[in-house]
Design a protein around this ligand. Structure first.
Ligand code: PEP
Ligand code: MN
Length: 377
């Protein structure tokens, strides 16, 4: 279980609608005093941990709704007060931090378009120096874990102690059903490298449409996330931003009720005895996998000796096509996903080529190997 520090434990404790979890909910944008009061009172009854609302909207294109600006901060605060919930707002510039603190905003967050830019993050960190506030950091727009970790480190160095990560998915060139592809291995890596940072999932910005929010939120529960940030609007169709992905409070209630949080371990005797045995088997197989890969690389090295001697290219397009076809077909007979087998062998092949090029000693391949080594932390 991830340790949740002081301020966050307070938020976690409030998450009555999803036991033991933090639930930050509210509209994409603060639009009016009445909208905020209506949504706050309805969400307050659900027992959410904090009420969110964007004041300055970092929209991709100019001309779309840019947020109401500072005048909306008192509406957000008053709504939170009436519903007895802390309030959260996105900050992208030092002046936003000042305005939020002057208006008593309890939790700040850095959006994906801010985390991506170390200049902006540093400017915010400098302004937050010596300030006692919880700061949530969304993943950067592009799938780059170092930018996410870098933003957290900049805040830490400025003395911010209560930091939460928010996984909102990534913009990629791939066509998927998501507005922002989850790429779960990136937040998993954040968890591995910064296990003390509580992690929320924002299925709204991942999904981009309301039908995908529930399965994504359940996946986050399966991955032991500490909670969720979900966009909720009293009248989603009329929302001034992100209208396709905002749910009503009623839908949020049923969505949260349908989620099944998972535990990391259990002492059930059947689980303990069966899983212990099966894991032992996996450990043995993984070792065999590594042994096989090592032997494969030794053979590759031997082949590369003959290739060099006879002036033959390291890359063999026809052989590579045949390998891929054969391995994918073989994988399918064992019910392995062809996409998975394809990528696995692409990776193995890339490494084999790198080994061979290292043998021939090209400067570029040597530095590439050094770089790949330094990526493992
Ligand atoms: C938001 O939370 O409304 C927002 C703009 O999100 P993101 O930074 O994830 O795009
Ligand atoms: Mn939004």
């Amino acid at each position: 279980m991830i340790a949740i520090d002081g301020g966050l434990r307070r938020l976690q404790g409030r998450g009555a609608c999803l036991k033991g979890k933090i639930v930050v909910a509210g509209p994409c944008s603060v639009e009016s005093e009445a909208q905020m009061m209506e949504i706050a009172l309805r969400l307050g009854k659900l027992g959410i941990s904090a009420l969110r609302g964007g004041i300055w909207k970092p929209r991709t294109r100019p001309g779309s709704f840019q947020g109401v600006g500072e005048l909306g901060l008192p509406w957000l605060k008053a709504a939170g007060k009436a519903a007895k919930v802390p309030v959260a707002c996105e900050v992208a510039q030092p002046s936003h931090v000042d305005a939020c603190l002057e208006n008593g905003i309890d939790v700040l967050w850095l959006g994906a378009r801010t985390t991506v830019n170390p200049f902006s993050v540093q400017a915010l960190a400098d302004r937050l120096r010596g300030v006692d506030v919880t700061v949530m950091v969304k993943n950067p727009i592009n799938p780059d874990i170092e930018l996410w970790i870098g933003a957290i480190e900049r805040l830490r160095r400025a003395g911010v102690t209560r930091i939460v990560g928010i996984h909102r998915g990534f913009s990629t060139a791939r066509q998927t059903v998501y507005r922002n592809e989850p790429i779960w291995r990136i937040p998993m890596e954040l968890r591995r490298r910064m296990p003390e940072i509580p992690l929320l999932c924002d299925p709204s910005h991942m999904a981009g449409s309301i039908e995908l929010i529930r399965p994504l939120a359940q996946e986050a529960m399966d991955h032991l996330y500490d909670g969720l940030m979900i966009e909720v609007h009293p009248h989603p169709a009329k929302a001034l931003s992100d209208c396709d992905q905002q749910v009503t409070p009623a839908r949020l209630r049923s969505l949260l009720a349908s989620l099944k949080p998972k535990k990391e371990i259990t002492n059930e005797p059947e689980y303990v005895s069966r899983v212990f045995g099966l894991r032992k088997e996996i450990d043995g197989l993984d070792r065999q996998l590594v042994d096989c890969l090592a032997r494969r690389m030794e053979i590759v090295r031997e082949i590369s000796h003959y290739k060099r001697k006879h002036g033959v290219s390291t890359f063999q397009p026809r052989r590579w096509r045949a390998i891929l076809k054969d391995r994918v077909r073989h994988g399918v007979t064992h019910e392995l996903d062809p996409y998975f087998v394809h990528h696995l062998f692409e990776y193995i092949h890339e490494e084999a080529i790198r080994w061979q090029e290292q043998e021939t000693g090209t400067a570029a391949s040597k530095s590439a190997r050094r770089k790949s080594g330094s990526r493992v932390r």
